[in-house]
Ligand binder design. Structure first.
Ligand code: CAO
Length: 541
């Protein structure tokens, strides 16, 4: 028969911060299943459910501070059994016993109250100089983690345990050469009185860990908690948690762990930070970016607001999304806007196409669109401004200038955006470029492009001219340094000093990686490109 019982913080816990809520209201939990994790500066513990049943309420949240006796929730228990067994599960403080002094050598002793705890991390190397209270090793049972601190400042001479060993209160786990002690290298005689005071005087108040591993010894045969429980608990020592917090890393998102039984170590936190900084951390779309410090976008329950339908994104969209997210996160992007008069270009283009249409010249060739002229002019402008046709070196300290002109063309297909590449565009005629654009567009839309068609670009052109828009901000296609965005040309009145004349004006933009290019360089590139398109003859000069 169900009865409602309070969930009470065990005695012995004092001013511990709630660091993780491990069960949601309404969850059905087993007796002893962890409900939340609390932490002091030296220990982490999980507060277990006092009985099997349904969690009706948890009245604390992450960041709150709790102490023994606090009522933190209510449980609809299946039976009353176990309801009053909580308090003696995490109640006994860890205390480091008074160190023994022996010619400056001090044994490192596991505090009383620890029973059959596994050593999960060795936090100092033998030979390390440690300060009093520096954590030496981390131990863990299925419900709590604690760090065993150095009893005094000194040199760690020996640690006789390794990860995976089991320790209990009273076990000697190492030796410390106390700083300034008789027998310690370089110790001055005058320091010995100070030393004896510090080494003889245990500091129980400083080494007591309110939330302790005491009495949470794993029951015989119990297996330590699975640390890779998705959505459940993560296992890390308090100092690793603290370290992660300082760096803004949410340890729940660390999926690659190197500690025993999936435990998160300092190295794992560092590795995550390194991979995010180097841009190699996995980004799985805007909704599940896994990097530290990059907040996840949480989705509301849309059905609360109206009906919805969900479709899988095409493979191309998924791949493009990842590629663009990578670029967006890595590239400090600036967009330069420009426009040019293409009235003469358009007249010439029409004339060319008319000649083709009547079969007088170059019969069978596809019509030439403005884009073919733009590709031609882009190549010429890149030849004048080689740094625009470049990539930033892997270490961010060099520029790799490409001596080839492989122009990527963004193609809009029903399955998503693809960027096939016109290879060696500098060696192609206007008609050949037109033919390539047409072929790449057709192949792209019918799914016939192969990966090689999309490799090796050195600069990309994204043209929305056939579709519309007055201008837009294209995203650089990494590892390129810049991209040209072409919008739709429109007739506009242009003042020639005496009168307004109708002219065909083409708006375009150049987005660039500001680590590679400065605004001045891009402005010069942009106005050179504008000049070529305004008067094609200048491409010959
Ligand atoms: N201004 C005005 N008209 C333009 C123009 C411009 N900037 N660019 C092209 N046009 C005209 C063409 O001249 C053509 O007109 P005619 O039929 O009178 O000759 C018409 O628009 C259609 O052109 P098109 O789009 O079929 O051909 P294109 O060579 O200009 O472009 C391609 C080919 C494959 C690039 C294009 O079809 C395409 O997919 N564009 C979308 C690219 C995209 O989605 N970019 C955004 C990516 S997000 O960064």
């Amino acid at each position: 028969m169900a009865n409602v019982i309070d969930i009470v913080v065990p005695d012995g816990v004092s001013d511990a911060a709630v660091v993780e809520i491990m069960q949601q209201t309404g969850a059905v939990v087993a007796e002893e299943e962890s409900l939340l994790a609390v932490e002091t500066d030296k220990a982490t513990a999980e507060i277990p459910s006092p009985a099997a049943g349904k969690l009706l309420e948890l009245s604390v949240k992450e960041g709150d501070t709790v102490s023994g006796g606090d009522v933190i929730g209510r449980l609809e228990a299946e039976s009353s059994a176990g309801a009053d067994t909580v308090s003696d599960q995490i109640a006994v403080p860890v205390r480091v016993p008074a160190p023994e002094e022996n010619l400056g050598l001090m044994d490192i002793v596991v505090p009383d109250g620890v029973t059959d705890a596994a050593v999960v991390e060795i936090m100092q190397d033998v030979g390390a100089e440690v300060a009093e209270d520096d954590s030496l090793i981390a131990v863990e049972t299925d419900k709590a983690t604690a760090e065993i601190p150095a009893p005094a400042a000194g040199k760690l001479l020996e640690l006789s345990v390794g990860t995976g060993d089991t320790v209990s209160g009273g076990d000697i786990i190492g030796k410390l050469q106390v700083v300034g002690a008789a027998g310690s290298a370089g110790a001055a005689a005058s320091e010995s009185s100070e030393l004896s005071q510090s080494s003889k005087t245990p500091k129980p108040d400083r080494v007591e860990v309110p939330v302790s591993v005491a009495d949470v010894a794993a029951p015989a045969g119990a297996v330590l908690t699975n640390t890779q429980n998705p959505g459940g608990s993560v296992h890390a020592s308090p100092s690793v948690r603290q370290f992660a917090r300082e760096l803004g890393v949410d340890i729940r998102r660390i999926s690659h762990t190197t500690g025993p039984k999936g435990r998160i170590t300092f190295t794992d936190v560092r590795n995550l930070v390194k991979s995010v900084m180097s841009g190699s951390a996995g980004t799985e779309g805007t909704n599940s970016i896994t990097g530290g410090g990059i907040p996840r976008i949480e989705l509301p329950d849309f059905t609360k607001f109206g009906s919805t339908e969900e479709f899988a994104l095409s493979k191309i969209k998924q791949i493009t999304g990842k590629h663009l997210s990578k670029g967006w996160l890595n590239i400090p992007l600036v967009t330069h806007f420009e426009e040019t008069d293409i009235t003469e270009l358009e007249d010439f283009r029409k004339e060319l196409n008319n000649r083709k249409a009547v079969g007088k010249d170059k019969d069978g060739l596809p019509k030439t669109t403005a884009l073919a002229f733009i590709v031609k002019a882009v190549v010429k402008a890149l030849q004048q401004y080689p740094q625009v046709n470049s990539s930033l070196g892997g270490d961010g300290k060099s520029l790799i200038i490409k001596k080839y002109y492989n122009i990527g063309i963004a193609v809009d297909t029903p399955r998503g955006l693809i960027v096939p590449v016109i290879k060696n565009a500098d060696q192609l005629s206007l008609d050949e470029i037109s033919a390539y654009i047409r072929e790449l567009g057709l192949k792209g839309r019918s799914g016939k492009l192969v990966p090689a068609d999309m490799e090796g670009g050195s600069f990309t052109v994204s043209s929305l001219g056939g579709l519309g828009g007055t201008n837009f901000t294209p995203l650089v296609n990494p590892p390129e340094a810049a991209i040209l965005g072409v919008a739709k040309a429109a007739m506009k009145p242009v003042w020639n000093g005496k009168e307004f004349l109708p002219r065909l004006i083409l708006p375009f933009s150049v987005s660039y990686d500001h680590r590679v290019l400065d605004g001045g360089e891009v402005a010069r590139f942009g106005s050179t490109l504008a000049g070529f398109l305004r008067d094609l003859r200048y491409m010959l000069v």
